[in-house]
Design a protein around this ligand. Sequence first.
Ligand code: PBG
Length: 328
Amino acid sequence: MAAFPTRRLRRLRVSETLRQMLAQVRLSRWDLIAPLFVRDGQDIRSEIASMPGQFQYSVETAMETVRRWSDVGIPAVLLFGIPKVKDAEGSQAWNDDAPVQRLCRQIKSAVPELVVVTDVCLCEYTDHGHCGLVVKKQDGRKDVDNDATLELLGKTALSHARCGADIVAPSAMMDGQVAAIRQALDTNGFPDTAIMSYAVKFASAFYGPFRDAAESPPRFGNRKTYQMDFLSPRQASMESQADLDEGADILMVKPAGAYLDIISAVRSRFPAPLAAYHVSGEYAMIKAAAKEGWLDEKSAAMEITSAIKRAGADMIITYFAEQLAGWL
Ligand code: PBG
């Protein structure tokens, strides 16, 4: 390559048109998956304090919202439910009449082309806020029982599939959860329901606002015995391999912005489709700074979402989905 002054890299940066023509990464509405929180009740549209612009909806207001999202070209939604009652097992998670299930049925009958992804986890449904069944270990410590939780996750995924979910997304970080769900789906007549596995999910401070939104903070301890440690990045390969072996169709890395190296590593090692989740805290930081006038919201949201795609994500789960669809 010739050196300066023959070579001037700035020549190709002179105009917006030229820059656009040469862009190597192009965000599109097809990249987007919009998360949505649904709960029991009527006419609910209550804004989540730590996530400006995001709401808890009841089923009918959620329907208006997903119709609007579909109209602006968002191809998929990711549903989270907040149940009327919580218990030790999280039994509302597999209730066919719970909010997520009812919303699934209504979306599939009214907007069938919209891809419905459902989060499969118990933390929104358990009274202790953990992602599985809590037991006392021999040393007296309380912890989530991995194997006993698998059946409950299988039942939950099956209930979502029965109500029309196209893709179930297990996020409990139990070992063997993808295999348990695949088996529950296959033996009950849902071989075509896909699994998007939260394969590479780190225990993260950036989930803080989500736990307000889903009313799901753990009542004791934290999630570090099941979610990954951000100081052990090589586990990303092992988790991805395990989930692919168990039958995952799509892998996910979460969070996204602080984990671009992980997205890039998983992308280069595995040919499977890859999703990345730009999580609640990452969204809240941009919203808060923009509100103070400390950065430009649109530029920041476009930049981080483009970076997630550049790192190798095929699908981006983001609370900015509706705004991005408008900007793109
Ligand atoms: C459920 C789940 C969580 C998120 C997605 N699914 C919370 C958690 O693990 O604590 C977080 C999403 C976000 O922060 O936007 N386990």
